[in-house]
Design a binder for this molecule. Structure first.
Ligand code: PGA
Ligand code: ZN
Length: 472
């Protein structure tokens, strides 16, 4: 047993210059690294609540000094002496201490910082790298769930389901090329146009392809008189295009210009983030000129789904996130019926990494994948529990960063340790993004044969009749 001896926190800044919480823990007389909490811009209404000071004279109200003092006062006194290795008990203590369903009393930002940092303390206590410790926690979480649900066959892992014989996986990166929505001044309705290098044979090859496509895209945009250098919050280009569909066309051309095959080598993905243009039961698009047949710019859920289906017919799209809004369950049902056998449909604002909301989706046949963001739920153990539910239900998860990020790369270790198979951390510009991509390069080297790589084959396992005819 390794007891937490001291907990310290401070206010630092994230990639948008917004304050956030950094936590350091002392265990066995040593500091054990630090964890920094990320923050969203297109946040879902059902997310755990981050505490901001609201003092207009300090960072325009966005300060987190109250969250910091919640860590150093109330949380620190409650967790001193707890075992850093027992993440489950530790995180349960944090949730009980807060006492609200959405962590609004102490702040999800305060709680998550301590929870993540405890994983570093646990790894240090056992004397193993973070990824190995997270893998141990993951196996423990799977066993606990299997025992609770009476599963006879034991826990499923994506790597073994795919016949890879490995539980840890380097992820397929899903990478933002063009940013819109709230991440780029609403230049487009769709928040992210992403690429998935499904034909790459390794994580490092995937990364090289991504950089190649990104550079070609910048040149193509500049040659066309668009902004091929201004970038959004997640490092994707932020051109002012006339239509959402034009963005898809540019990315397809960039894939071709990189000497790669759209679809077979590099497929497309969208994060529509449609909750943010959904009002009064309609989807209000402002950049929809190329698709007048879809019903103009204010679309019903059925028309929105039709529009997405048309895009799937015209472009090699394999993944769509938040195609309809977070409380439009009927729209989600329709979307899943129309596209769920052909495209990965990820619930982000819909599920907010919350086990109860994901269970509702599974029970009602809504979506077929889930985005996993640690700060949406607020503790590491709850994140693992949501991941476990997702994998048992065949909802292959995508571990994701936020638009407000830092040098903290914990989620790179998390995605490998849990074998989740896919990661989304933004583009390959800006160091808060590269911190994760580079950590994955290190893990690829350090783990060698201990971790597998499924890449685009993960979509076969997800039973999608995808448009990719021959993923490697
Ligand atoms: P956010 O964006 O971090 O601003 O919520 C990321 C996403 O929507 O996936
Ligand atoms: Zn999203």
């Amino acid at each position: 047993m390794t007891r937490i001896e001291h907990v310290h926190a401070r206010q630092v800044l994230d990639s948008r210059g917004k304050p956030t919480v950094e936590v350091e823990v002392t265990c066995a007389g040593r500091h054990v690294g630090r964890a920094i909490v990320p923050s969203g811009a297109s946040t879902g209404q059902f997310e755990a609540c981050e505490l901001r000071d609201g003092d207009a004279n300090h960072y325009d109200g966005a300060g987190v000094l109250r969250a910091v003092s919640n860590v150093t006062d109330e949380i620190a006194s409650a967790v001193l002496g707890l075992d850093a290795v027992d993440q489950k008990t530790f995180d349960r203590r944090l949730c009980e201490l807060d006492g609200t369903p959405n962590k609004s009393r102490l702040g999800a930002n305060a709680i998550l910082g301590v929870s993540l940092e405890t994983a570093y303390a646990g790894a240090s206590a056992v004397g193993i790298p973070l990824v190995e410790h997270l893998h141990t926690l993951w196996r423990r979480c799977r066993r606990t769930r299997a025992a609770a649900t009476g599963a006879k066959s034991g826990p499923v892992t994506i790597g073994r389901t795919a016949g890879l014989g490995r539980d840890m996986l380097l992820p397929l990166p899903m990478v933002n090329m063009i940013s819109g929505g709230l991440h780029a001044g609403r230049n487009l309705d769709v928040q992210d146009i992403l690429i998935l290098p499904v034909g790459a044979e390794s994580y490092s090859q995937a990364l090289e392809w991504i950089v190649r496509v990104y550079r070609r895209l910048g040149r193509l945009l500049t040659d066309a008189g668009c902004e091929g250098y201004l970038i959004g919050d997640e490092g994707g280009f932020g051109p002012k295009l006339t239509d959402n569909e034009q963005a898809l066309q540019f990315v397809v051309r960039a894939i071709e210009a990189a000497g790669l095959r759209p679809g077979d080598d590099v497929a497309l993905g969208l994060d529509v983030a449609s909750t943010h243009f959904f009002r009064d039961g309609k989807y209000h698009l402002t950049r929809n000129s190329l698709s007048p047949s879809a019903g103009g710019s204010s679309l019903s859920a059925a028309e929105m789904v039709d529009l997405l289906e048309q895009w799937c017919d015209r472009y090699p799209l394999i993944s769509i996130e938040d195609g309809v809004a977070d409380d439009d369950w009927n729209g989600w049902k329709l979307l899943t019926e129309k596209l769920g056998r052909r495209v990965q449909l990820i619930g982000d604002d819909l599920f907010v990494t919350n086990r109860e909301r994901l269970q509702r989706g599974v029970d009602t046949g809504v979506a077929n994948s889930v985005l996993i963001k640690v700060n949406q739920i607020g503790t590491l153990w709850e994140t693992l529990e949501t991941l476990a539910l997702a994998i048992d239900a065949g909802y292959w998860p995508v571990v994701s960063a936020r638009s407000g990020e830092t040098e903290d790369a914990t989620i790179a270790d998390l995605v490998v340790a849990t074998g989740a198979g896919q990661i989304k951390v933004g583009s390959i510009a800006r160091s808060e993004r590269l911190a994760k991509y580079n950590q994955l390069l290190r893990l690829e080297e350090q783990l060698a044969d201990r971790a597998g790589y499924l890449g685009g084959r993960i979509f076969r396992q997800a039973n999608l009749k995808s448009q990719i005819s021959n993923p490697q």
